[in-house]
Design a protein around this ligand. Structure first.
Ligand SMILES: Cc1ncc(COP(=O)(O)O)c(C=O)c1O
Length: 229
């Protein structure tokens, strides 16, 4: 294997059995490929330790430990502070729906949500929550990056900041849009939006970031991104 800072492409590709047939999969998110080691762990879990969690018989004890270790691995992956910040669920769409329902009692009529809206998974739950609680939905639209290229769209912080007011409560966007493919500078955006929101008198702003198309390619860091709590 090459030095850790140099990507050994042949080694990396060899870890993904789906690439052995020579395909380059340009799809993403739901089409993300997994390594042989991940496949082996899933098979081993289902073969040997697929039991009720939290019981006192030996297989359950091992199973519980394995599930708990998954939270620890995820904590490392996201650079989260504690395992209690990690929640597993069936899909990002349903995870965000659960998150929105959890926040519901704390949302007041007139609160403002800013969404990017290019994928139902990351905006649908917030739009439904807004409708239930009388909140206002605003759209942060992507705009052209190069004036001469009508296809070069991306989300820009200068288009976000004018949408922020003292009533901003939730800002939800994608770290990488599955439509545009452009990578959003998350840290720069959360820093700018939090500073702007504080200057305008917003008391509590939650930031929700959809990393479905980002996670397979880039490192996530919830501390550096300031999206915890
Ligand atoms: C950017 C993005 N967000 C969310 C989703 C939906 O994820 P899920 O199927 O886990 O709800 C997708 C699906 O491909 C996606 O591309």
């Amino acid at each position: 294997m090459a030095a850790p800072h140099i990507l050994d492409v042949d080694f990396a590709r060899s870890q993904f059995p789906a690439l052995k047939a020579g395909f380059i999969f340009a799809d993403n998110a739901g089409g993300s490929q997994v390594t042989q080691s991940a496949i082996d762990l899933i098979v081993d879990y289902l073969t040997n330790t697929n039991a009720q969690l939290g019981a006192d018989y030996s297989v359950s004890a091992v199973s519980t430990k394995r599930v708990e270790s998954a939270a620890e691995e995820a904590r490392t992956l996201f650079n989260a502070e504690s395992n209690s910040e990690i929640a597993f669920g069936p899909s990002s769409t349903s995870n965000l729906e659960n998150l929105a329902r959890g926040l519901e009692p704390d949302i007041q009529p007139g609160d403002e949500f800013i969404v990017t809206g290019e994928h139902e998974a990351n905006c649908g739950a917030w739009k439904k929550l807004a409708a239930r609680r009388g909140a206002v939905v605003k759209y942060w639209h992507s705009t052209p990056t190069h004036p001469n290229n009508p296809y070069s769209f991306s989300l820009k912080v200068e288009d976000l900041l004018p949408l922020i007011t003292a009533k901003t409560r939730i800002v939800a966007f994608t770290a990488t849009s599955n439509l545009l493919g452009s990578v959003v500078p998350v840290q720069e955006i959360t820093r700018a939006l939090r500073a702007d929101a504080a200057a305008k008198g917003a008391k509590k702003v939650e930031v929700s970031i959809d990393c479905v198309a980002y996670a397979p390619h880039r490192r996530m860091d919830v501390k550096a991104w300031d999206i915890v709590g």
